[in-house]
Design a protein around this ligand. Structure first.
Ligand SMILES: *Cc1c(COP(=O)(O)O)cnc(C)c1O
Length: 381
């Protein structure tokens, strides 16, 4: 398989992404969880795939209107990508309340973590000399994640009443976040869900405001999602949030593949070593290849030694991964320009992001969000 992208040829490396797979996954998870509304989590540059790309595809192909990011800057990027009049952009991460006026002006909806936060946000808005639209607020309920949110019923009640009473605010949602949805810890999950339900029902907060289900929840607890809304990221991007290998109840398709090109082929002689620390020494004469990819692209040093694919065959990264280059084994000499697959299919074989993450002792999210700006994103469809 040769790839024609000019950016790929120039750089010798690209992260290829499939619109069809993204749309397929979004549809499949909504169907599984019987969801009518998708809050698409596109934080951290849409887990590495490109936030503008993901938001545009989901809006144009599926009519998705709600997007969630972590930071104000990410929010501004996504705001600019989708039509302002009918889309909402939620800031999921903890925010400084003194920027509340800016959030209102830019129509970014923060998650409020406490009553004090709301007080400080109101102060910032009151002190602004601009005419501002109401700030849309999502109330956070902490049921066991411990990051932000009302811990008690009383605090949630005062937050809810305050947001409803003040003209500078507009209630947009009430949410919680699960800590163990993708793990075998049913009691913890059940407790979190029960706490959330007790609190929102106790205050008669209408169901249309609730959103709780992340990917693990929508996949593995799909019968227990209490609303029509899901708020998912990883499953959209085509991988299983659960490690090591719990099988997903639906077919999700990998959205991305990370592919490089061989730019140098040479012979390593018996007894010769390579890369920093000279940790690899040839037992016998062998062919090796150099590829323009390194840890500055997101190929972490802990992935040294991992399997890659060349012409449908398994090869290995030899010695340490350096900042900009790696050396791999070759069973036989291949043409300069041949493809090397780090994540994705090559011939009959496939390397899954889950397997790479497992090898590197991490999770797919960390690897994907670590694919740096230096790597071109190339659309395959
Ligand atoms: C990141 C995040 C999500 C999405 O999580 P996935 O497991 O990727 O679906 C949902 N909600 C909150 C609050 C998050 O921070």
């Amino acid at each position: 398989m040769t790839r024609t992208s000019a950016a790929f040829k120039r750089r010798g490396l690209a992260f290829f992404r499939s619109k069809k797979a993204l749309v397929h996954n979004a549809k499949a998870i909504m169907e599984l969880a019987s969801a009518k509304r998708l809050i698409a989590v596109v934080k951290a540059n849409a887990y590495g795939y490109g936030d503008t790309w993901a938001a545009t595809v989901l809006h144009d192909e599926l009519g998705v209107k709600d997007f969630a990011v972590a930071t104000l800057d990410e929010g501004e990027t996504v705001r600019a990508a989708v039509p302002a009049e009918d889309c909402s952009v939620i800031l999921l991460g903890v925010q400084p309340a003194f920027l509340a006026d800016e959030m209102a002006e830019k129509r970014l909806a923060p998650v409020a973590g406490s009553f004090d936060w709301l007080l400080a946000a109101k102060k910032a808005i009151d002190e602004s000399d601009k005419e501002l639209p109401p700030l849309a607020i999502h109330l956070a309920v902490d049921t066991g994640m411990g990051r932000l949110g009302a811990k008690t019923r009383a605090e949630l009640a005062s937050m809810y009443n305050f947001v409803c009473a003040e003209d500078c605010f507009e209630l947009a949602g009430v949410m919680t976040h699960f800590a163990t949805a993708d793990e075998d810890n049913q009691p913890y999950y059940d407790q979190q869900l029960a706490d959330f339900m007790a609190r929102v029902k106790g205050l008669s907060i209408p169901e249309k405001y609730w959103h709780v289900a992340n990917s693990g929840s929508a996949l593995y607890h799909h019968d227990e999602v209490p609303t029509d809304t899901i708020r998912v990221g990883s499953v959209l991007y085509g991988y299983n949030p659960a490690l090591p290998d719990r099988t997903t109840p639906i077919d999700i398709q990998p959205v991305g593949s990370l592919v490089g090109q061989i730019w140098g082929v040479h012979r390593l002689l018996k007894g010769e070593s390579l890369s920093y620390g000279a940790t690899y020494t040839a037992d016998e004469d062998q062919w090796v290849a150099t590829i323009p990819v390194g840890y500055a692209d997101g190929l972490k040093r802990t992935l040294s030694g991992m399997t890659v694919l060349v012409n449908g065959q398994e090869e290995k990264i030899l010695g340490r991964i350096t900042m900009d280059q790696i050396i791999i084994s070759l069973n036989e000499p291949v043409a300069v320009g041949s493809e090397v697959t780090f994540i994705g299919t090559n011939g009959e074989k496939e390397i899954k992001i889950e397997d790479v993450a497992d090898y590197g002792n991490t999770i797919p999210h960390e690897l994907l969000t670590g694919i740096s700006q230096r790597v071109p994103r190339v659309d395959v469809d």
